[in-house]
Design a protein around this ligand. Sequence first.
Ligand code: SAM
Length: 285
Amino acid sequence: MGKASRDKRDIYYRKAKEEGWRARSAFKLLQIDEEFNIFEGVKRVVDLCAAPGSWSQVLSRNLYLPAKLSPNSNDSDLPLIVAIDLQPMAPIEGVIQVQGDITNARTAETVIRHFDGGKADLVVCDGAPDVTGLHDMDEFVQSQLILALKLFFTEVTFAKPKSSRNSSIEAFVVCENYSPPDGFNHKDLHLLLEKIGSPSGADDLDCSSGWLEGPNKVYIPFLACGDLNGFDSDRSYPLPKRADGSYQSLDPVQPPIAPPYKRALEMKKASSHGVQGLEKLSLDP
Ligand code: SAM
């Protein structure tokens, strides 16, 4: 599919390039904020699974830059934004980058050091658990995640931003009011999750808050967000034309700096130059 046809098919893809976002996902976070006001009063924020960085750009433009440009700006008062990904990412003003695995405790320690031991006011994450392809297993892992969320937050809502295509089952979980169970020690987290996962585990938990009803049931509200009259991510829109009637396609705002598919592309290019090129590449480290 050519750039122009993708621009035509996907309005958010084109708008992202026009507005300087590295990915169309920026609109998803903006629309979630419109509905839930998640940026209000935020001073420390973590962006998990951040590359290529459109959510970090949203955080920079909505939190860091307004604070920096304010007449009473004070360096020690600027919001701290830490972005983590396995992949490297081109720099973004006001965003501290950590290249690492979000599931590794050492990565969490690095983030906490950046916050001088303080806690994050907001954690955003655009990653998803790896799927095994064994559907029962994948559903079980997802349910465990949802149950764990309901344990730690008083408000849990599924959100479907307008920029997320209806044809995709993608949805985001918005968790508000962090309130871990009494006596909770984060080092015991895996024990708690094991307990929820066991068939009888739910009976052992404190159900006084009423979130467990019937046999281990949790109902979570599902909310569409983003202006209902706004752009529809499943529709094609006419391309804006220049005066001479032609269309100018825009280049990506920030191509990935070390994409995982880079080597495959190099090998493909080398193969079009003959076997010698391929041999040379396979000898390179
Ligand atoms: N929110 C990003 C944006 O707006 O530009 C897009 C995120 S992309 C959909 C998912 C990212 O998750 C990938 O860049 C991938 O490298 C990262 N990722 C997946 N597993 C990870 C892990 N265990 N630790 C850190 N990053 C991970």
